[in-house]
Design a protein around this ligand. Structure first.
Ligand code: SAM
Length: 308
């Protein structure tokens, strides 16, 4: 079922795509279709850069490459592992990251906002940035690469994820320019004020968690689930965040499908939901004033306690 008898790279890609089409894999970890998934699998298994183009199409594959393609196809279609966990690499925001089960596979639409230097939503200074819930570090490291004057702090509750973020920082030559912090929400972050906060927290609600495709079960549960409405982390964040923001700060908060729960909680309050040219949804841009107002409204309505 997983045998690949192709002679060239291009033939292998076509064969692997056919196997993918006949299986019921879910593409949601860096690709959204079986062709791209097959291209990344074959290039990765043959040890060609993921940016390779037509120049590798007619290269013959050798026995070792063929065996690796077959083994990876089995892991992808039978074990339903996300491809970046199999290859150990994720392509995100134009950069290659190390990727394994210690952290979520990077896929946040926030990459697009970072590449725009946070404009037009944030036009003030970008000297201090916090990537809260950094996982393997993709968002904070992308920021440090793109915005040289930025000091970037990356925080996460999970020491394994932080270890991966450190390895990615080393790989990208950024280990001297960033700070890694172990923190439950903001409780471990030394008191300071940030210009920009990026937050891609766990936000999957109970209903979505119960129907997740098998690929997502390979990712750390702590990176996905956040209570019945997906907002447990976010409620705690609203209370803690104002003390860490400059007056001109902008917070980019990603809530995925749970954006609708958040919008419903604060239905009278005008929230700015961003649109993305490269796909994605559920991200809002918030000022410090917005965060303070949301925390006040939430406390008033008993949605959160002042100490949460
Ligand atoms: C959606 S993932 C973020 C992935 C990251 N943006 C990336 O590209 O790798 C959410 C992250 O939040 C972290 N997390 C969960 N609960 C937390 C908490 N209470 N405080 C801080 N981080 C938390 C998880 O460990 C996980 O790494």
């Amino acid at each position: 079922m997983h045998s690949v008898n192709a002679k060239t790279v291009l033939e292998a890609i076509h064969q692997v795509e056919q196997i993918f089409i006949k299986s019921d894999i879910y593409c949601g970890h860096g690709t959204d279709n079986t062709w791209d998934e097959a291209v990344f699998l074959v290039l990765g298994a043959c040890n060609y850069p993921l940016t390779s183009g037509g120049e590798v199409a007619e290269i013959e594959i050798d026995l070792l490459q063929r065996e690796r393609i077959e083994a990876w196809v089995k892991r992808r279609t039978v074990d339903r592992e996300p491809l970046p966990y199999i290859s150990g690499k994720a392509w995100f925001g134009g950069l290659e990251f190390l990727c394994d089960r210690r952290a979520l596979v990077p896929r946040s639409p926030l990459a697009e906002i970072i590449q725009q230097r946070f404009e037009p939503w944030h036009t003030g200074p970008v000297e201090s940035v916090l990537d809260l819930c950094c996982g393997g570090g993709s968002l904070g490291l992308l920021t440090a690469i793109g915005i040289e004057e930025a000091h970037v702090a990356l925080a996460d509750i999970d020491g394994d994820a932080l270890a991966l973020a450190y390895e990615n920082a080393l790989l990208l030559g950024l280990s001297e320019r960033i700070e890694l912090i172990k923190s439950d929400v903001l409780t471990g972050v030394p008191q300071q004020r940030f210009d920009v906060v990026l937050c891609n927290p766990p936000y999957v609600d109970g209903e979505d968690m119960s129907v997740l495709p098998p690929e997502y079960r390979h990712e750390p549960g702590i990176a996905l689930a956040s209570g019945a409405d997906g907002l447990d982390f976010t409620r705690a964040l609203l209370v803690q965040l104002p003390a860490f923001l400059h007056d001109h700060a902008t917070v980019f908060l990603e809530l995925g499908n749970s954006w609708a729960h958040f919008d419903a909680l604060f239905q009278d309050y005008p929230l700015t939901w961003l649109e993305f040219a490269q796909g994605g949804w559920g991200v809002c841009a918030l000022s410090k004033h917005d965060i303070e107002e949301l925390a006040r409204i939430a406390a008033q309505r008993g949605i959160i306690s002042a100490h949460e």
